[in-house]
Design a binder for this molecule. Structure first.
Ligand code: NAD
Ligand code: UFG
Length: 331
């Protein structure tokens, strides 16, 4: 299939472009490079041997995006483009609502106008809010604690309604848990601007000596050791989940968790990282981070049953590949 990937220069997008090409699909990337570099696509070329047609376009600008639809005949699309920093979304709600909602609406409108009926969307486990774990797709969504999460919940509703109104439209809504790791080549991975918000990039930067020590946000949660529990998923597994979703699209909107189903605490992750890479990660326990929940992990059986997909890589590979990328990364 010929696939449009929005946000394809970013972390999850670039890994998914690799998986799509490995599965024999052809890919066109659209990205405004607001949180990525074009060099990621040079690295994708090194891995796959394929040139990736690229358009430096903002997905919210309909007239620009339409030119891409005019130049290609797509069979489907994967929509990664979006802003994703939870804390920043609280400070700049309008930027988040505008970027994440307008991009989804413009893309859905053009997809329908040009008869591109396969639509895969990046959602997030954050839409579950503080529900009872494990989170399964049938749960009523609880309010999220930040505008970013709201943009994901609203985008899900917009796409579901669009699918209800158009019987040809097939939408897969993928709720990711916590993506970590990097391609085994070490050529692509996560390189956040500034000081990382997320645990794994913080850990790798402490290991590299770029940051002094990890701050563990709270050890008084009702979890195995008091620290927050999350469902970490290797980004290459996640990328393969997108290919499976694309291959199994059927009319209507369908929601899938993409997680491993296994929870890991902050301290368990730090210990696994130290062991896998034989390197120390100094840490201190500090107060809870506002807005955090104690536990978040998936009930992952629906994707296995309906998409034939399960995550294969464990926490050791996640830690090893994250570190391999960080060591290579000149940033
Ligand atoms: P990322 O920032 O690395 O990638 C997003 C890409 O979209 C970037 O390359 C950015 O430049 C681009 N972009 C943003 N707004 C755009 C616009 N208006 N037009 C064109 N390009 C635009 O983030 P990621 O981790 O790869 O996340 C991809 C998607 O998955 C996002 O929608 C994110 O919300 C979602 N998601 C991420 C996580 C996570 O923890 N990484 C978890 C759940 C969901
Ligand atoms: N944590 C620390 N120290 C840090 C960073 C994080 O102790 O420096 C802890 C957090 O308190 C939490 C765990 O590590 O218990 C994971 O935190 P992350 O910031 O890595 O991830 P979150 O689960 O908070 O959120 C991430 C993405 C969201 C996404 C969600 C989906 O940032 O966008 O996963 O589950 F919605």
């Amino acid at each position: 299939m010929h696939i449009l990937v929005t946000g394809g220069a970013g972390y999850i997008g670039s890994h998914t472009v690799v998986s799509l090409i490995e599965e024999g699909h052809s890919v066109v990337v659209v990205d405004n490079l607001s949180n990525s570099q074009l060099s990621a696509l040079d690295s994708v070329k090194k891995i796959t041997g394929k040139d990736i047609p690229f358009y430096h376009v903002d997905v919210t600008v309909e007239s620009e995006l339409e030119k891409v639809f005019q130049a290609h005949s797509f069979d489907g699309l994967i929509h990664f483009a979006g802003l994703k920093a939870v804390g920043e979304s609280v400070e700049k709600p309008l930027a988040y609502y505008y970027n994440n909602l307008v991009s989804t609406m413009v893309l859905a409108k053009l997809a329908q106008a040009y008869g591109v009926n396969r639509f895969v969307f990046s959602s997030s486990a954050t839409v579950y809010g503080d529900n009872q774990v494990p989170f399964h797709e049938g749960l009523d969504l609880l309010p999220t604690t930040n505008p970013y999460g709201e943009t994901k919940a609203m985008s899900e509703r917009i796409l579901s309604d669009a699918a209800k109104a158009n019987p040809n439209f097939a939408v897969s809504i993928l709720r990711y848990f916590n993506p970590v790791g990097a391609h085994e080549s070490g050529l692509i991975g996560e390189s956040p601007n500034g000081i990382p918000n997320n645990l794994m990039p913080f850990v790798t930067q402490v290991a590299k000596g770029k940051l002094k020590q990890l701050r563990v946000f709270g050890n008084d949660y009702d979890t195995v050791d008091g620290t927050g529990v999350r469902d970490y998923i290797h980004v290459v597994d996640l990328a393969e989940g997108h290919v499976a979703a694309l291959n199994h699209l059927t009319e209507g909107a369908h929601i899938f968790n993409l997680g491993t189903g296994k929870g890991t605490s902050v301290l368990e992750l730090v210990e696994a990282f130290e062991k896998a890479n034989e390197i120390e990660v100094p840490y201190e326990i500090v107060d809870r981070r506002p807005g955090d929940i104690a536990s978040c992990y998936a009930e992952a059986s629906k994707a296995k049953k309906e998409l034939g997909w399960t995550a294969k890589k464990g926490i050791v590979e996640m830690c090893r590949d994250s570190w391999k990328f960080e060591k290579n990364f000149q940033g």
